[in-house]
Design a binder for this molecule. Structure first.
Ligand SMILES: *[C@@H]1O[C@H](CO)[C@@H](O)[C@H](O)[C@H]1NC(C)=O
Ligand SMILES: *[C@@H]1O[C@H](CO)[C@@H](O)[C@H](O)[C@H]1NC(C)=O
Ligand SMILES: *[C@@H]1O[C@H](CO)[C@@H](O)[C@H](O)[C@H]1NC(C)=O
Ligand SMILES: *[C@@H]1O[C@H](CO)[C@@H](O)[C@H](O)[C@H]1NC(C)=O
Ligand SMILES: *[C@@H]1O[C@H](CO)[C@@H](O)[C@H](O)[C@H]1NC(C)=O
Ligand SMILES: *[C@@H]1O[C@H](CO)[C@@H](O)[C@H](O)[C@H]1NC(C)=O
Ligand SMILES: *[C@@H]1O[C@H](CO)[C@@H](O)[C@H](O)[C@H]1NC(C)=O
Ligand SMILES: *[C@@H]1O[C@H](CO)[C@@H](O)[C@H](O)[C@H]1NC(C)=O
Length: 376
C-alpha cells in the first residue's frame, strides 16, 4: 500500500476509535521502560489511563469516596484503584503487584478499617466521559453508564473480609483543573501532577459488610483520578484538597504548594447540575488552615489543623466564604498525611459587597478532605 493511504487509513481508524470505548490491559508487574504521561486533554477518555507503561516512577489511580450526609455521622468510605509502585507513591506499602485496590472505611462511631487487596493485573475501559475497571483477582471492580451518570463499585473480597456495593449518581458535571471537560485542556493541577475529576459530586448509597459488620448509609460521593510519570514526592511540598456539598452547591477545592514555593489552585462549584466556577486562576480560590495548628505553609513538624477557611470565587454569583471543621480523622494520621470528614458552614457574599451581610443565609453540609505536607 502507498504511504499516504496507510496514513489515511490510520487516521480513519483513530477517528473510529475516538468515539468508541476502548479497553486497556495493565499488567501487575512493573515495567522497566520509560513511561509517558498525558497532560493535555482530548475530547475523549477523561477517565481513562493517563500513563503508559507503569514504571517505577509513574503512578495512575482511580479514587472514589463518600461521606455520610447525616450531619452527626462520621461514616465514610474511600476506595482507590492503584496502578503504582511504592517507589512512585511512597504512601502505599511495597508489593510485587502495581495493581492493588485499597478500601478505607470509618464507621459512624469513628472506628477505622483499612486494607489492600492485590490484583494480578487490571483492565480499564474508557469511553468519552466515564470508565469501568476490573482489578483481576482482587474482588474489586467498578462500572459506569455514562448515559445515566452512574458509577457502581462492586466488592467481593473474602481475603480482606469486605463485600457489597457503592452506587454513585453524579449530580455535577466533570471538569479538569482549569475548566470544564473538553479537548486541549491542561490537566496538570500542579507541576507534573495530572488530575481529572469525572464525578465532583454524587448522590451515593453505600451497602457494605466489613468484617461481618454492616455499613450502610447515603451520602455525598466523589470520583477523580491522579497521575504522573514522576515520583510523587519530587513535585509536591504540600496540598489541601477536599470536596463537599454546601446547601445547593457542589464544591471541590485544591490549593497546592510546589517545592519552589509556587502556589497552584483549582476551584470548582456547581449548582443545579451546572458548573458555576471551574478555574485555576490565581484569584479563583484560597484555602487556609484555621483553629488549632493553623500554620501556613504547613510543615512536617506541625500538627493537623482543626479546620480550614475557603474563599471560592463564584464569578458573577459572588464569593463563597466557607468554614470547614474536622469532625473525625479517617486515616491513620502521619506527619505527611491527614484525611478527615467534617462539617461546613458558608455564606455567599454578593458581587460588590464589602463584607457578609448582617443576616445572611447560612448554608451547611458535609465534606471529605485531606492534606499532604512533605517538607520541613
Ligand atoms: C526489570 O528489571 C529487573 C532487574 O533487572 C528484572 O528483574 C525484571 O524481570 C525486569 N522486568 C521486566 C518486566 O522486564
Ligand atoms: C520512568 O519513566 C520516566 C518518564 O519517562 C523516566 O524519567 C524514568 O527514568 C523512568 N523510570 C524508571 C525507573 O525506568
Ligand atoms: C464502633 O463500631 C464498630 C462497628 O460497628 C464496632 O466494631 C466497634 O466495637 C465500635 N467501637 C466502639 C468503641 O463502640
Ligand atoms: C460527555 O459529556 C458531554 C458534556 O457534558 C456530553 O455532551 C456528552 O454527551 C457526554 N458523553 C457521554 C458519552 O455521555
Ligand atoms: C489525588 O489523589 C487523592 C487520593 O490520594 C485524592 O484524594 C485527590 O482527590 C486527588 N486530588 C488531586 C487534586 O490530585
Ligand atoms: C517555580 O517553578 C515554576 C515552574 O517551573 C516556575 O514557573 C516558577 O517561576 C518557579 N518559582 C520560583 C519562585 O522559583
Ligand atoms: C494539633 O497538633 C498536635 C500536635 O501534633 C496534636 O496533638 C493535636 O491533635 C492537633 N490538633 C488537631 C485539632 O488535630
Ligand atoms: C460543626 O458542628 C459542630 C457541632 O455541631 C459545631 O460546633 C461547628 O460549629 C460546626 N462547624 C461548622 C464549620 O459548621
Amino acid at each position: 500500500m502507498h504511504r499516504t493511504s496507510i496514513a489515511k487509513l490510520f487516521s480513519i481508524l483513530c477517528l473510529a476509535a475516538a468515539s468508541a470505548s476502548r479497553a486497556y490491559d495493565i499488567p501487575a508487574t512493573v515495567s522497566n521502560d520509560t513511561s509517558s504521561a498525558l497532560f493535555t486533554s482530548s475530547a475523549t477518555s477523561l477517565d481513562g489511563p493517563k500513563i503508559h507503561p507503569v514504571n517505577n516512577s509513574a503512578f495512575d489511580w482511580w479514587y472514589f469516596d463518600v461521606v455520610s450526609a447525616d450531619p452527626t455521622s462520621v461514616a465514610s468510605v474511600v476506595i482507590v484503584f492503584y496502578t503504582s509502585t511504592a517507589t512512585a507513591f511512597p504512601f502505599i506499602p511495597p508489593s510485587d503487584s502495581v495493581t492493588r485496590a485499597q478500601i478505607s472505611v470509618s464507621f459512624p462511631n469513628g472506628t477505622i478499617f483499612s486494607a489492600f487487596a492485590t490484583a494480578d493485573g487490571a483492565t480499564v475501559t474508557a469511553d468519552d466521559n466515564a470508565s469501568s475497571g476490573n482489578w483481576h483477582g482482587s474482588g474489586f471492580q467498578w462500572s459506569s453508564n455514562t448515559g445515566t451518570s452512574r458509577y457502581t463499585i462492586f466488592v467481593d473480597s473474602p481475603e480482606i473480609g469486605v463485600q457489597g456495593t457503592i452506587k454513585f449518581h453524579s449530580v455535577a458535571p466533570a471538569h479538569y483543573p482549569c475548566g470544564p471537560m473538553g479537548a486541549g485542556q491542561n490537566m496538570e493541577v500542579g507541576p507534573r501532577i495530572g488530575w481529572a475529576n469525572a464525578v465532583p459530586d454524587a448522590a451515593t448509597t453505600v451497602d457494605l459488610v466489613v468484617k461481618g459488620t454492616k455499613l450502610a448509609f447515603t451520602g455525598v460521593g466523589y470520583h477523580d483520578k491522579n497521575w504522573s510519570d514522576q515520583i510523587f514526592t519530587s513535585n509536591v511540598a504540600s496540598w489541601y484538597w477536599g470536596h463537599g456539598r454546601l446547601g445547593p452547591y457542589s464544591i471541590v477545592w485544591f490549593d497546592f504548594l510546589a517545592l519552589n514555593g509556587t502556589e497552584y489552585l483549582s476551584a470548582y462549584a456547581a449548582k443545579d447540575g451546572k458548573i458555576i466556577a471551574a478555574s485555576c486562576e490565581s484569584n479563583s480560590i484560597r484555602v487556609r488552615p484555621i483553629g488549632q495548628n493553623a500554620t501556613y505553609p504547613p510543615v512536617l513538624s506541625t500538627g493537623p489543623p482543626s479546620g480550614y477557611h475557603i474563599t471560592l470565587d463564584l464569578q458573577n454569583a459572588g464569593t463563597l466564604e466557607v468554614d470547614v471543621s474536622v469532625m473525625e480523622k479517617i486515616a491513620d494520621s502521619t506527619p505527611e498525611y491527614t484525611r478527615s470528614v467534617g462539617n461546613m458552614s458558608g455564606v455567599v457574599v454578593p458581587v460588590g459587597a464589602y463584607k457578609v451581610e448582617s443576616d445572611p443565609t447560612v448554608l451547611g453540609g458535609k465534606a471529605l478532605f485531606e492534606q499532604f505536607k512533605l517538607t520541613e
